[in-house]
Design a binder for this molecule. Sequence first.
Ligand code: F0G
Length: 461
Amino acid sequence: MERKKRSWAEPYKIKMVEPLVMTTREQRLRAIEEAGYNTFLLRSADVYIDLLTDSGTSAMSDRQWAGMMMGDEAYSGSENFYHLEEAVREHYGYTYVIPTHQGRGAEHLISKILIKPGDVVPGNMYFTTTRLHQELAGASFEDIIVDEAHDPTSTFAFKGNVDLTKLQSLIERVGADRIPYVTIGATVNMAGGQPISMANLRAVRELTAAHKIRVVLDATRAVENAWFIKAREEGYAERSVASILLEICSLSDAATMSGKKDLLVNIGGFLAMRDEWIYNEARTLVVVYEGMHTYGGLAGRDMEAMAIGIHEAVQDDHIRARVGQVEYLGDQLIQAGIPIVLPIGGHAIYLDAKRFLPHLTQDQFPAQMLAAQLYIEGGIRAMERGIVSAGRDPNTGAQRYPKLELVRLTIPRRVYTQAHLDVTAEVVMDLFDRRDSIPGLEMTYEPRYLRFFQARFSPLQ
Ligand code: F0G
């Protein structure tokens, strides 16, 4: 009898390894105390399985490492820049490319170019650095994502979609001339790595075009979004991920990119656009903040690795295995009855801290504590994505209370094995068994910007 099932096994094998250190519970308790119960402040040498982020943590291929040796470290006009420009044109379809040191460098430039004080920038949920750059440029952010995105139990297939009624009524309320652009995240990180559908993106494009409002794509994980469109949206099953990616980008005017995610590099990003006017403005500004427009804060070798990473990232076999690994971990947790955000997203599993620790109020930072406990229990490092990340309203200083109070177990690309994911699932289950004994936290130090990176906490008694 012929077997039909084929697993998502990785389309690569391992050539070099990086040894990990196992620590004792006592060592981990000491380390988390020293880190102020903030996993960002742990030393990575004290971490066993590092699921803090998928940003800059990917394993590069032998081809990318070979490319690193081909760095043309000229101050301007580096060959590697032209390779990057070609790869972006081929797979993202934009005419102009400006390298930046990472995604937020591109967000800074586009915010400064397009926003004037008093503007409103709508988006399908906020991302921390994106929103802050918009606010620093004088805009306020307006969330126009569908309501399902704020409900961790909703299994809607495209929780990254824009609610067109919310967008329409915002345009009516503030006027199109105060909306320089709409930011579209693909996928939506803060909602759980959830995709936007092509049909919805097309509708956003039509509505905004009617009002001469631009669309700026956050293309950081757009390859993962393209995979979900292939897997879930009618009419796309037979299409290549590369062709779907091009279609996504064709519905936007510009894109900000953190190459540290989809593009399989440890550092790098870019701003890309079709409009020559934006390009000329960006070319002028990038010199002030990043560097010449042919390197933007990157070494030639970094641009080469990113150019090669673009070609690798859009391969169907690669992305199937990448998302397959995330689903493998998520399925284990679902089987065990652990409350996670559904459906399983593209780059991470998000534990629902409100349901995991229902005895804590949001002011007691349940997700922050759950992340700390994962570390104490098994040396696993995760990230809070809840009230600490949401921060304060810049005008009133009032605490924001996001509906989602999550802990993100983020899977770096091509780094961990199935056995690492098994251990991770076991640690989460052990913690779930003793969840009633976990106390809340109080914040003892709060930085002014992006407080989640450096805030400190201590346990409540
Ligand atoms: N946009 C999205 C959707 C992101 O997830 C990130 C970074 C950025 C922009 C900014 O890019 O870090 O290169 O400046 N996300 C990381 C994370 C930090 O852990 O999710 P950057």
